[in-house]
Structure formats: C-alpha cells, structure tokens
Write a protein that binds this ligand. Structure first.
Ligand code: SME
Length: 163
C-alpha cells in the first residue's frame, strides 16, 4: 500500500503516477469521445490521490470562455473566462500554473473555502489548439510539485489527442 500523503517521497509519487497513467492509458485506448475520456481521467485521478479534493476539466466553448466539464468533488463554478482565476491564466498563457497558496494568487476564484493549493494544466491538441484545462485543487497547502506538472502534462497530451 502506497503512503497517501503530500509529503510523499518524489519517487513514490512518481510510482503512483506510473500506475495511474498506465491504468488510464488502457481504459481510454480505444475511446474517441472527449467527454468519455475526460470523465475517466478525472475519476482515476480523484480516487487514486487522496489529497486531490476537486478534480475536473473546464472546456473551451467559445473564444475566451470555458464551461465546466466532467469533475469530481464539491460543486464547481459553471463558467470561467480567460481573464479570471488560475484556470484563466493557464488558458491564456497555455502554460501549467502551480499555485502553492491560493490566497496569494491575485484574482483567484474560490469555489470552495477549504482549497489551499491548486494546479491547472492546459489541454492542447497535436495541432496546438487549446481545448480545455485540467484543474486540481487540494485542501493541503503546497500540494503540487514538478512531479505533478510533468505527469499531468503527459496525461493532458493524451486527452488532447482525442480533442
Ligand atoms: N480556483 C479556480 C476556479 C475553479 S474551481 O476551483 C473548481 C480558479 O481560480 O481558476
């Protein structure tokens, strides 16, 4: 049994990602529907990582606007524009955002008062079109590291291929 803690050794965390990405790869291998893929990804991540307290996608629905997609956790905001919050910054800059303390992030959108840290990863197609962002919130401070960024970016490339 792996230790489920944010202070997990980076090698143990990597091992948990290896198992999770392997499982997701098998589950979505033949799937071509983006919502089915997103729902499966969110379910696997949310239940394998104890400190992921909100796990979900925001999908680009029109220029500069995202609507909530498949998610697990408490109620999430229904829509986010590119000029707001951590999700908006990730979409606008097309770059992963790691926020160790959400209270220090200007314009942070608080969907849950218990959230302390957050990572948001853009989902790009092989043609470099932004289709969504993956947003993960934790009630633990400083829960996300380079290990999370590298593995979640790999995962989002898999999602982006289904676009
Ligand atoms: N905190 C996010 C909004 C989404 S919810 O946390 C689910 C943000 O600032 O973009």
């Amino acid at each position: 049994m792996l230790c489920q803690s944010i202070v997990m050794d980076p090698n143990e965390k990597q091992h948990l990602y290896d198992l999770t990405l392997g499982a997701i790869r098998e589950l979505i291998e033949a799937e071509t529907d983006p919502i089915a893929v997103m729902a499966t990804v969110v379910c696997e991540l949310h239940h394998r990582f104890d400190w992921f307290d909100w796990t979900g996608f925001y999908r680009v629905v029109s220029p500069g606007l995202m609507k909530v997609g498949p998610y697990q956790g408490p109620h999430g905001c229904l829509e986010i524009s590119f000029d707001r919050g951590v999700c908006g910054a990730a979409a606008r800059l097309r770059r992963t955002q790691i926020v160790p303390d959400v209270r220090a992030f200007p314009g942070y959108i608080a969907c849950s008062s218990s959230t302390r840290s957050e990572i948001v990863v853009p989902v790009l197609t092989p043609q470099d079109e932004l289709v969504a962002v993956l947003d993960i919130d934790s009630d633990q401070p400083d829960a996300f590291s380079e290990v999370d960024r590298i593995n979640l970016e790999t995962l989002c490339r898999m999602v982006g291929r289904v676009g």
